[in-house]
Design a protein around this ligand. Structure first.
Ligand code: CP
Ligand code: NVA
Length: 317
C-alpha cells in the first residue's frame, strides 16, 4: 500500500495537515478499512511501538489506538498517569526524550494543549494529540472521514454543531475550514468556541471556500444542515462547574424537533461518550439517522492511516 506523504511530523491539531493531505489520509483509511473487512491485514508497522500517555479517561481512543497498532503488526503501551513518573513530577520534556528512545511514536491525552506542544518539542518521534482541553484532532478526522464516506465531496456539506464550544467544537471548526465544508456552531454566549480556533477557521476558509457561522441560535444553525453534531455539556476536567453548565446549555441539544429543522437526509453525530437526555435525546441517538457508532468505528481506520503515515514518513527522514 502506498503511504501518503505529509509535511508534518506530529498531529497536534488538524491544521498540522493541509486539506490535500487530509484527503489522502481518507483514501488510505478507506483502503485499510476495506482490506480489514475482507480479512486482510497489513503488517505495515511490524516491530514498531506506540507509547500512549493517558492523563484522562478513555474508551475509544485507548482501544482504537491499541487495536490499530496490533492490526498493523505493531504494539501499543498504555501509560496511565499514575503508572509513570510524569504523575510524580518528572517533566513532560524529560518524558518525551526518554519515550523517544524506546517508542516509534507517542500519543497523549492530557489537559493543557501546551503540554502536548512541549512534548512534541522535546520528542524525536511523531506525537499525536489524543485530546486536550482545547482540541481533539483524531476525533474530528474520524468524523469528517465518516462524512466523506457518506457524501464523497465534503465541500458540498453543511455541519451544524450545537452545544458547548469545547475541544470538539474547536477541532470541527478547523477541520471543516481546512476541507471547505460549511459549519455553523451554536452555543450560549459564555460557552463559545475558542477565539483563536474561530480566527484560524476564518483564515482557512478564505482559501477553502467554507462558510463559517457562529451563533447563539441552535435553530438557525440547524437550518439546512446535512449533519447535526453535539458533544457533552461537561467535558473531562470541568466537573466542578457542572450544574451551571447544565443550566446554561439546556436548550443546546439534539432533539427530534431540531432534526426536523435540518436538511431532509440529515444525519446525527456525536463523538461519544453521550449523556442521553442531556445533549442528545435517546430516541434520536438510537434512531436510523444516527451515525455515532460509524464515527466511533472510523477512529480505528483513520488512526491506522495516520500512524502508518507519521511513523513511516519519520523513518524516511
Ligand atoms: N470520543 C472519544 O475520544 O472517546 P474516549 O473518551 O472514550 O476516548
Ligand atoms: N468534550 C469531551 C470529549 C470527549 C471525547 C471531553 O473533553 O470530555
Amino acid at each position: 500500500m502506498r503511504i501518503p506523504h505529509t509535511s508534518t511530523r506530529d498531529l497536534l491539531t488538524v491544521t498540522d495537515l493541509s486539506g490535500e493531505e487530509v484527503l489522502l489520509l481518507f483514501k488510505f483509511a478507506s483502503k485499510l478499512k476495506t482490506a480489514l473487512k475482507r480479512g486482510r491485514r497489513h503488517d505495515l508497522l511490524s516491530g514498531r511501538s506506540l507509547a500512549m500517555i493517558f492523563e484522562k479517561q478513555s474508551t475509544r481512543t485507548r482501544v482504537s489506538f491499541e487495536v490499530g497498532m496490533n492490526q498493523l503488526g505493531g504494539h501499543a503501551l498504555f501509560l496511565g498517569k499514575d503508572d509513570i513518573q510524569l504523575g510524580r513530577g518528572e517533566t513532560v520534556g524529560d518524558t518525551a526524550k526518554v519515550l523517544s528512545r524506546y517508542a516509534d511514536a507517542i500519543m497523549i491525552r492530557t489537559f493543557s494543549h501546551e503540554s502536548v506542544v512541549d512534548l512534541a518539542k522535546n520528542a524525536c518521534v511523531p506525537v499525536i494529540n489524543g485530546l486536550t482541553d482545547s482540541y481533539h484532532p483524531c476525533q474530528a478526522l474520524a468524523d469528517f472521514f465518516t462524512i466523506y464516506e457518506l457524501r464523497g465531496d465534503v465541500r458540498k456539506v453543511k455541519l451544524a454543531y450545537v452545544g458547548d464550544g469545547n475541544n470538539m467544537a474547536n477541532s470541527l471548526l478547523l477541520c471543516a475550514a481546512l476541507l471547505g465544508a460549511d459549519i455553523s456552531v451554536a452555543t450560549p454566549k459564555n460557552y463559545m468556541p475558542d477565539t483563536e480556533a474561530v480566527r484560524k477557521a476564518h483564515e482557512l476558509s478564505s482559501s477553502s471556500g467554507s462558510k463559517i457561522d457562529i451563533t447563539t441560535d441552535p435553530y438557525m444553525a440547524a437550518e439546512n444542515a446535512d449533519f447535526l453534531y453535539t458533544d457533552v455539556w461537561v467535558s473531562m476536567g470541568q466537573e466542578e462547574g457542572a450544574m451551571e453548565r447544565r443550566n446554561a446549555l439546556q436548550d443546546y441539544k439534539i432533539t427530534q424537533k431540531l432534526v426536523e429543522r435540518s436538511a431532509p437526509a440529515c444525519r446525527v453525530m456525536h463523538c461519544l461518550p453521550a449523556h442521553r437526555g442531556e445533549e442528545i435525546d435517546a430516541d434520536v441517538m438510537d434512531s436510523e439517522v444516527s451515525i455515532v457508532f460509524e464515527q466511533a468505528e472510523n477512529r480505528l481506520h483513520i488512526q491506522k492511516a495516520l500512524l502508518c503515515t507519521l511513523i513511516l514518513n519519520n523513518e524516511r527522514q
